[in-house]
Design a protein around this ligand. Structure first.
Ligand code: NDP
Ligand SMILES: O=C1OC[C@@H](O)[C@H](O)[C@H]1O
Length: 381
């Protein structure tokens, strides 16, 4: 009962966070694309961050930009064919949030960096490893911050799981597995960007960043991809992927993603509940993490020793440092981004190398399953 009440309180406050008083010179963000994820990923976190304001939004249509600006109280709206460019050129904007289709992450990150802006760009950072390398090397050349927005990395829950593994009370890690599946019609549009190869779509592009990054972080290493099989939605788009990997020295791992799980019951008429389980088996027990995608909404960390009783943990607030029970993973992410821009040590970070390695593994999964890499952008500065 208590945990249900705290769930309701957390979701209520996290979903509509309080507006806090701002510092005298907060970091001024512009939002590129009136994407569905933008309110959760940047607008709401900015509202409750004392050192951030969102000053502008750009969308392909002026009406859409104005509507978004009105809904979310953003002072300036840019639209039309030059809308994105106008936002980037706005001298008042210091940092850009990019929530565009994956195929546009490269071009608009490069343009934003060229204009001297820091960038928080959605996951996956690019269409492939080659693009990711070029983006991070340009950010370094410009002395600007570029962060791939993979929010679970910043939430206290992942830190707690890592701590449980590293303290070795369950012994050494022996294997990992994860399942991430959603019922198609529950989440996606008929013409979703995720189903369009030219926009960098694909199931493992969209869902893969979660299990792959969790596993890489928990193992503190990068895997080799051995095998990968898919059920396709269309020619180059994986709906379902099952991949087998090995983390060094010889820890096997399996990853399953499915963006259109079959329904259940007569004729599969009823939607399946979302599957979001990651399991780490160790010599003397196991850990199961439920909801490793949006851990702030709800999660559970079940510790299952081979000898003795299991227990369940939750970690919404860090043991030390800034944070509140109701902070979303996006809010924690913004905290880290701003610290980095301000030259302070963030509580967590995702390095260039980390994001580039991540793209290399996604590429390897496509190669192993006989699908082409997502297309490299033709854009050049
Ligand atoms: N971190 C997370 O939790 C999540 C991250 N994401 C990531 O965010 C990004 C956006 O996802 P999502 O919000 O679901 O996507 P949407 O389809 O809702 O938004 C994509 C935006 O891209 C813009 N856009 C520009 N060119 C095109 C084009 N040719 N076709 C379609 N849209 C275009 C549109 O902006 P406009 O018309 O307004 O200019 C649109 O609002 C993806 O990279 C995805 O992986 C998504 C969900 C969760
Ligand atoms: O990043 C994401 O997180 C949740 C998923 O359902 C969604 O497709 C994806 O873009």
């Amino acid at each position: 009962m208590l945990s249900f009440i705290s769930f309701v309180q957390r979701v209520k406050k996290g979903g509509n966070p309080p507006e806090v008083e701002k510092n005298s010179q907060p970091l001024r963000f512009g939002v590129l694309g009136a994407a569905r994820i933008a309110p959760d990923a940047i607008i709401k976190p900015a509202r409750c961050h004392e050192d951030v304001v969102v000053v502008a939004i750009a969308a392909r249509s002026k009406e859409r930009a104005e509507e978004f600006a009105k809904t979310w109280s953003v002072p300036r709206a840019y639209g039309g064919v030059d809308g994105y460019k106008a936002l980037i050129d706005d001298p008042d904007v210091e940092a850009i949030y990019i929530g565009l289709p994956n195929s546009l992450h490269f071009e608009w990150t490069m343009r934003a960096l060229a204009a001297g802006k820091h960038v928080l760009c959605e996951k996956p950072i690019a269409d492939n490893e080659d693009e990711a390398c070029r983006m991070f090397s340009f950010a370094e050349e410009k002395g600007l911050i570029l962060l791939e927005a993979w929010q679970p990395r910043f939430h206290p829950s992942i830190e707690r799981v890592k701590e449980l593994i590293d303290q070795k009370s369950l012994g050494k890690m022996v294997s990992m597995s994860s399942e991430l599946g959603v019922w198609n019609d529950l989440f996606f549009l008929k013409d979703d960007i995720r189903f369009d190869y030219s926009l960098g779509g694909g199931g493992i592009m969209d869902m893969g960043p979660y299990p792959i990054s969790w596993m890489r972080y928990l193992a503190s290493s990068n895997p080799t991809v051995h095998e990968s099989s898919t059920i396709r939605r269309s020619e180059n788009i994986d709906r379902f992927m099952h991949a087998q990997l090995t983390f060094p020295p010889s820890i096997p791992a399996t990853i399953l993603t499915d963006s259109a799980m079959d329904g259940w019951g007569p004729f599969g008429l009823f939607p399946q509940w979302i599957k979001m389980v990651l399991r780490v088996d160790c010599e003397d027990g196991a850990i199961e993490v439920r909801n490793f995608v949006l851990p702030h909404v709800w999660h559970s960390i079940t510790v299952i020793p081979k000898h003795g009783r299991s227990w369940v943990e939750k970690a919404y607030k860090p043991k030390e440092g800034k944070g509140e029970e109701w902070w979303s993973a996006y809010r924690y992410q913004l905290e880290a981004f701003v610290s980095k821009v301000r030259g302070q040590e963030p509580h967590a970070w995702r390095t260039a190398e980390d994001s580039i390695d991540q793209m290399r593994i996604i590429d390897a999964m496509y190669i192993k399953s006989g699908l082409p890499l997502r297309p490299t952008s033709n854009f050049s500065l």
